[in-house]
Design a protein around this ligand. Sequence first.
Ligand code: KIV
Ligand code: NA
Length: 265
Amino acid sequence: TRKVTSCRLKEMKQKGEKIAMLTSYDFTMAGIVDGAGVDAILVGDSASNVMAGNATTLPITVDEMIVYARSVVRAVKRAFVVCDMPFGSYQVTADDGVRNAVRIMKETGCDGVKIEGGAEIADMIRRIVGAGIPVVGHLGLTPQSVNVFGGYGLRAKEEAEAAKLLADAHALEEAGCCAVTLEKVPAALATQVSRELTVPTIGIGAGNGCDGQVLVVHDMLGMNKGFKPKFLRHYAQLHDTITDAVGQYVGDVKTGDFPNDNESY
Ligand code: KIV
Ligand code: NA
């Protein structure tokens, strides 16, 4: 199994091969996800919600992202591993951004970083790529800006924001991004961006015209029952599976059925 590289992602787009990406935040899940054949794994700052229980992605730190990303990297043999740059790690100065990107690469062994934003961070991205670090962009619903957006609704519905997103996507490609994530934007816009860029787009809630797709692994496995936005497809009902298994275990302990003689020394 040859490791997927940033160059390979671009080659996949040229050959018309779709890119399948999922998040992971720990060794065990990443090993399963990688073994099942995803092309790329995102150590998303969605760990702030999914793993740490915060209401937004804002509180998670570089130190925390490094712990998650390291655990993922230890498990992965094939997939391209991208670590999100968390809120605060690049917003104050471009120097911070370069320094934190280098730190994440050095301390985790991941294959690249993902950064939210458009033309306003293009110069910083150019420096990070110049330092030898593959960068994935992220446009549309960028959750680190939830307090400006006022929620997690669809982005770029109107002409002005759509035009800005298209210009931002070109700025990211010119800055050297090896891929661009498009989150929660109209399918027609994502298709147009995907046609105009030579680097792959990876969509989440961005329709079928993207060059790849990404989902939060806990969401697609149906682990948080209440969360079912339109863009999400459930591939398992792990909330129910785990609830049933734990319920049976509790029952077996209470009745004295577990452990039996075969399970004892
Ligand atoms: O943090 C994350 O999981 C993400 C994806 C949803 C794109 O950024
Ligand atoms: Na993210």
